[in-house]
Ligand binder design. Structure first.
Ligand code: NI
Length: 255
């Protein structure tokens, strides 16, 4: 089966004790590719190291909105340098806006951090991985102002209407194990309106663990539960869904 986990955080501290063992477990589970996602400069540097050590792992470099408060020009320069010089960096991400937590960076700071990195992606002709939490209005406005078309909205939690707007903008839309939860009605409605060639699957591990493992640490081997649920929603076979989302991921990340 062709499985592509397009969003994982193997650099997360919850993998510190057994990262190599987890990567071996993922490989043995039959996952074909993993996209390892940076969330600040240090984590992006670790992401490159992990990708360089494993054929089937690629990575993205970027500064997450939670780290936007302390981001300065030399940090953006470092992200650009990694993206320019490291062949396994296939995207800028994850970047975006997050209004969920009050202790996140101030709104203007988050927006400036996103804009700076959208400019790097444009200059280097790389796709972007967008994080949007309770910030739909500002996120869509900035993406439209910057005329971004080569992006994925990751861990999508919006409505079918928002999904349709993103599809019109040219975006890919990616879903996590959240779609396996009992209260996932909204995500299911969104998946129904998204064309198959715009869908991707991800774990966002170690977070967002799908059923039946909810509550435990997530890893890329569980991406198959996301695939199973998405195949059921789309009314196609698991093999077909895996093949399509695998090809979508390869095309989007230029692998
Ligand atoms: Ni993430």
């Amino acid at each position: 089966m062709k499985l592509f986990d397009t969003h994982a955080h193997l650099d997360d501290s919850s993998f510190d004790a057994d990262c190599e063992a987890v990567i071996e477990k993922i490989r043995l589970s039959g996952v074909s590719y993993v996209m390892e996602i940076g969330s600040d400069v240090k984590s992006s540097e670790t992401a490159v190291k992990i990708a360089n050590a494993h054929d089937f792992i690629y990575c993205a470099a970027g500064i997450h909105p939670e780290s936007a408060d302390t981001a300065v020009q030399k940090d953006f320069d470092r992200i650009r340098e990694l993206a320019l010089n490291e062949p396994k960096v296939k995207a800028i991400g994850e970047i975006g806006i997050d209004y969920h937590y009050d202790d996140c960076a101030p709104r203007e700071k988050q927006i400036a951090c996103l804009e700076a990195q959208l400019d790097i992606a444009r200059e280097l002709d790389l796709p972007v991985i967008i994080h949007d939490r309770e910030s739909k209005g500002d996120t869509l406005r900035v993406l439209k102002e910057k005329n971004v078309t080569n992006g994925v909205m990751h861990c999508f939690s919006g409505s079918a209407e928002t999904a349709e707007i993103l599809v019109k903008m040219g975006f890919m839309i990616s879903f996590t194990g959240v779609i396996t939860f009992k209260n996932a009605r909204r995500a299911i409605e969104a998946i129904k309106v998204i064309p198959l060639e715009r869908l991707m699957i991800e774990t966002d591990s170690p977070y967002m663990t799908p059923e039946p493992h909810r509550g435990k640490r997530n890893d890329s081997s569980y991406v198959r539960y996301v695939a199973e649920k998405m195949a059921e929603i789309k009314g196609i076979s698991l093999e077909e869904l895996c093949e399509i989302t695998y090809n979508n991921g390869k095309r989007f990340f230029n692998i």
